[in-house]
Write a protein that binds this ligand. Structure first.
Ligand code: PLP
Length: 395
């Protein structure tokens, strides 16, 4: 008889967004016609930019003609997109060869699939609070998980010390949910720590495009030594509104070797076995993101989200609330007032001012006592939510 992967029995029920939806539905049922201000979801609200739409249409037309039709794409990505992404890194002073860039269907897919490269016996260290997929993907793989707590005492940016032992480390910067971003010096310490132990950093850079401060690194490969200890996972979801279109990329340097095996070569072998590549049409759309016009247009969208963040930060400042993020990330991470737990604060915001956010407890135990606001919503709703928050929180 077939034995399923019994590790799935160790997964906690993923109830966060379902629970939020259940509570908001119940509220609307009890208050028909009530207007809610949704600051919870991590999905974007602005459509794809014109440069991308144009490229997608042109690629669809190419697929209609015998002479320009494309069948299977190379499994690791179309050369035109791999080269374009390598040039994007070069603009920041990071030299990559195109075959170190792998085109993907998004960061979530990669965060799960990449685990194929590592032995089950490796211990995974996850900085917390964390994007829940890191924990769940490792539970599914049967791996031991160590939690690296963070909090106000380290500004939600935990640092390694000589006692810390792990093989696989998840770092997310700028961070979801806290919005905190590592400095160059802090990332250098992680790189040094990983190289000294032969550990590997999985660096989630899904929010790099939201970094405003000049000196903060957008990529771990801006740090000397990272090419021998890091893989970077990136996404066009939040950068360019590809959440429903699906496109991302992963960087695996050629120098990255363990036990005499090249992780880059292993990933080529994995992709050529397990995928037939991302569609030609989507890759053309993705390449348009990196043109001068595309970069200008996505920047305009990001500025709308940044203005939402500014409006919210102003309200929280005036209310005297303690919060992190907002500057280099599309999330604000607020300490719940009066030591309230995060679900109690959720209920209070919903019932008293009709604002819906995300309780920090959904991001692991370190998130308890905190609350996440997303800035991806509509500007009018964000302004109204900010005004209501100020009124509620102001002493
Ligand atoms: N990594 C982080 C930190 C995220 O917050 C998200 C999505 O919210 C992802 C990865 C997944 O991105 P994608 O849409 O590319 O799968």
């Amino acid at each position: 008889m077939l034995t399923p992967n019994l590790c799935y029995a160790n997964l906690k029920e993923s109830y966060l967004f379902r629970h939020i939806a259940g509570k908001t539905e119940a509220y609307l049922k009890a208050h028909p016609g009530a207007r809610l201000y949704r600051m919870g979801i991590g999905d974007v609200s602005l459509p794809l930019v014109p440069a991308v739409i144009q490229a997608l249409h042109a690629a669809v037309d190419e697929q209609a003609e015998k002479n320009s039709f494309h069948g299977y794409m190379p499994e690791c990505g179309a050369p035109f997109l791999r080269e374009t992404i390598a040039e994007y890194y070069q603009q920041r002073g990071v030299s990559l060869s195109a075959d170190e860039v792998f085109v993907s269907s998004g960061a979530s897919d990669e965060l799960g699939d990449l685990l194929d490269l590592f032995d089950r016996k490796n211990r995974a260290l996850i900085m917390e609070p964390a994007y829940p997929a890191y924990v769940d993907a490792n539970i599914m793989a049967g791996r031991e998980i160590l939690h690296l707590p963070s909090g106000p005492e380290n500004h939600f940016l935990p640092m390694p010390d000589e006692h810390l032992q792990a093989d696989l480390i998840y770092l997310c910067s700028p961070n979801n949910p806290t919005g905190a971003a590592f400095s160059r010096e802090q990332l250098s310490r992680w790189v040094r720590w990983a190289n000294e132990r032969g550990a590997l950093i999985l660096f989630d850079a899904a929010y790099e495009a939201f970094i405003d401060e000049e000196n903060l690194p957008h990529s771990i490969f801006e740090i000397p030594g990272a090419r021998t200890c890091a893989i970077e996972i990136c996404s066009l979801s939040k950068t360019a509104g590809f959440t429903g279109t699906r496109l991302g990329y992963t960087v695996i340097p050629k120098e990255l070797e363990r036990s005499g095996l090249s992780l880059n070569a292993m990933w080529v072998r994995n992709r050529t076995t397990k995928t037939n590549g991302v569609s030609y049409i989507l890759q053309r759309g993705g390449a348009a993101v990196f043109t001068v016009e595309g970069q200008h247009q996505i920047r305009e969208n990001i500025m709308v989200y940044k203005e939402n963040a500014r409006v919210l930060m102003k309200a929280l400042d005036e209310a005297g609330a303690r919060y992190w993020g907002g500057k280099n990330a599309p999330y604000l991470w607020m300490e719940c007032p009066d030591r309230m737990d995060s679900w109690a604060f959720f209920d209070r915001l919903l019932n008293e001012i009709q604002v819906v956010g995300t309780p920090g407890a959904g991001f692991g135990s370190c998130g308890e006592g905190f609350f996440r606001f997303s800035t991806f919503g509509n500007p009018d709703d964000t302004r109204e939510a900010a005004a209501r928050l100020l009124k509620l929180l102001k002493p």
